[in-house]
Design a protein around this ligand. Structure first.
Ligand code: PXP
Length: 241
């Protein structure tokens, strides 16, 4: 199982003061040293954390590779087709949200997403759709021909612990449905060292994208150990099944 470390919130820390530190690219290099399999960054339309120059640095300077999260807009499609990251994850974006609150409504925008996936694939980019663990959205992802989905685990992460089993079962069913339909299945959002185990133990899930909690743990441990800690917990959970 791979770990994609999302470094957006290193950029948040920089942007809140309008200074030039910390540098998310340097944080990404430390994440790689700690065992990140790739680096994830979200270039939001409002540029609230990651900036265009960060994406350029990540694209050219990583030892691993970049997974660019972005909204389905002409501006972002042009950025992606120019920079050609190895992966793009298409996400919904709302100006007022604190973070990506739900998955893409693929079923409601089949043509637009099919066109975006085609344009990205023509640039040699592997496209993933960030969706809720909802059977209709998975069917729609299959219909538009996306090779990969990322299941939104935010709801699982937000419910009280006594509801986790129920939510894990929903994510497991979605992962099985998607995998049987030939999609590669990733997951992410809201995962921490305390709740990642049950998701890492789902055999169909190949990659996890984790950001906020790793950056927060890095304040205690440093970036490399925080990434190493997360990866160790994920791998133990994956092996135990
Ligand atoms: N996956 C996707 C598609 C996301 O949009 C985000 C947040 O940017 C994450 C994973 C990581 O979420 P978190 O920061 O809560 O770990």
């Amino acid at each position: 199982m791979k770990l994609g470390v999302n470094i957006d919130h290193a950029a948040t820390l920089r942007q809140v003061r309008g200074v030039d530190y910390p540098d998310p690219f340097e944080i990404a290099l430390l994440a790689e040293k700690g065992g990140a399999d790739y680096i994830t960054a979200h270039l939001r339309e409002d540029r609230r954390h990651i900036q265009d120059r960060d994406i350029e640095a990540l694209r050219s300077g990583l030892t691993t590779y970049l997974n660019l999260e972005m909204a389905v807009t002409d501006e972002m499609l042009a950025v992606a087709c120019r920079l050609r990251p190895r992966d793009v994850c298409l996400v919904p974006e709302k100006r007022q949200e604190l973070t990506t609150e739900g998955g893409l409504n693929v079923a409601a925008q089949i043509e637009r997403l099919r066109d975006a996936c085609r344009r990205l694939a023509e640039s040699g980019i592997r496209v993933s759709l960030f969706i809720d663990p909802d059977p209709l959205q998975i069917e729609a992802a299959v219909e538009i021909g996306a090779p990969v989905i990322e299941i939104h685990t935010g709801h699982y992460a937000n419910v009280p612990r006594d509801k986790h089993t129920e939510q894990v079962a929903i994510i497991q069913r979605a992962a099985t449905q998607a995998s049987k339909a030939g999609l590669l299945v990733n997951a992410g959002h809201g995962l921490t060292i305390d709740n990642v185990g049950a998701i890492a133990a789902i055999p169909e899930i190949m990659e996890l994208n984790i950001g906020h909690s790793i950056i927060a743990r890095a304040l205690y441990l440093g970036m490399e150990p925080a990434v190493r800690e997360m990866k160790t917990i994920m791998q133990r959970a994956a092996i135990q099944l």
